[in-house]
Design a protein around this ligand. Structure first.
Ligand code: MN
Ligand code: MN
Length: 289
């Protein structure tokens, strides 16, 4: 297969790159997130919003920001390997990567590649669901399982989950087994101290938002965070944020486009925070293993 990244040799160390990962074969209930990357890009370039972050970084002219387009993926057993390879190639170029899913299953192969590059990496995981099932409907690679795979392989230094509101006994047992820091919705308060130090990987499932803010997901769960809550947390991460994903946006459930707009907003703010914290990281070359 043609390497989708072969024409990007000009990428410089420290750049923040956007990469679409249009893959939703592991969605248990409803397909749709595979078309999210193109929908998010359409929204960003529609003229309805500009490309400035709230901190004043204009991604339209920022030389450290670059959209690579989508990873070229086949469907089937080889897909996870293709995702891992695509991410590993970009990490070789010492870039920071913001991936656009796709469903949440993609975080496992993405993070596998990150773990090979970074000795210690914490995950900040926004989600209504813990995604800690050992298997779901017979699929160990379901979008309900990525953090069980990541934690059982000891890939993450620490996993902090925010917005959880669907914990069941099996996943509670898994959370205890893996030592996951679960900040469920009942415990969450604005300005909660997360204690994240060092490099962070941010995984953002759009269903962490209350369905009032983001109805366009396959598994809406009322009682979630507001868009502003999530932005405040992202903007307060000391970083560096070395990798991130925005997953589970389902355009089929988003006739008004409000969820696409929220995802595009998160793209801008996460990318800007990556650029800002990347300045710090560029002065610490030891972060690159
Ligand atoms: Mn999820
Ligand atoms: Mn979810």
């Amino acid at each position: 297969m043609k390497n989708p990244l072969e024409s990007f040799d000009h990428l410089q160390a420290g750049m923040v790159v956007v990469l679409g990962v249009p893959y939703d074969e592991n969605s248990s209930f409803m397909k749709g997130p595979a078309s999210a990357p193109s929908r998010i890009r359409e929204t960003l370039s529609s003229g309805a919003m500009n490309l400035c972050s709230e901190s004043g970084i204009d991604l339209g002219v920022e030389p450290r920001f670059y959209d690579l387009g989508d990873l070229n993926l086949s469907i089937g057993a080889a897909t996870f390997k293709q995702i891992e390879k695509g991410i590993a190639d970009l990490l070789e170029r010492k870039t920071y990567i913001l991936s656009l899913g796709g469903d949440h299953a993609i975080t496992y192969p993405i993070f596998k590649a990150f773990r090979k590059k970074y000795d210690k990496l914490c995950i900040l995981h926004f989600d209504a669901h813990p995604d800690l099932y050992d298997e779901f409907k017979g699929n160990r690679y379901s979008h309900a399982c990525p953090f069980a795979r990541i934690m059982e392989e000891n890939l993450a230094e620490r996993l902090v989950q925010i917005g959880i509101r669907t914990m069941n006994p099996h996943q509670q047992a898994q959370a205890e087994r893996f030592g996951v820091d679960v900040i469920d919705m009942q415990k969450w308060r604005p300005n909660k101290i997360l204690g994240l130090t060092g490099p962070v990987y941010l995984s953002l499932d759009m269903d962490v938002l209350d369905p009032a803010f983001a109805p366009g997901v396959s598994h809406p769960e009322p009682g979630g965070l507001s868009t502003r809550d999530v932005l405040q947390i992202i903007q307060g991460i000391p970083g560096p944020i070395v990798g991130a994903d925005i997953v589970e946006f389902n355009p089929k459930r988003d006739p008004s486009g409000i969820t696409a707009t929220a995802a595009a907003k998160f793209l801008k703010e996460i990318a800007a925070r990556m650029v800002e914290t990347g300045n710090w990281a560029r002065n610490s070359p030891k972060l690159f293993c």
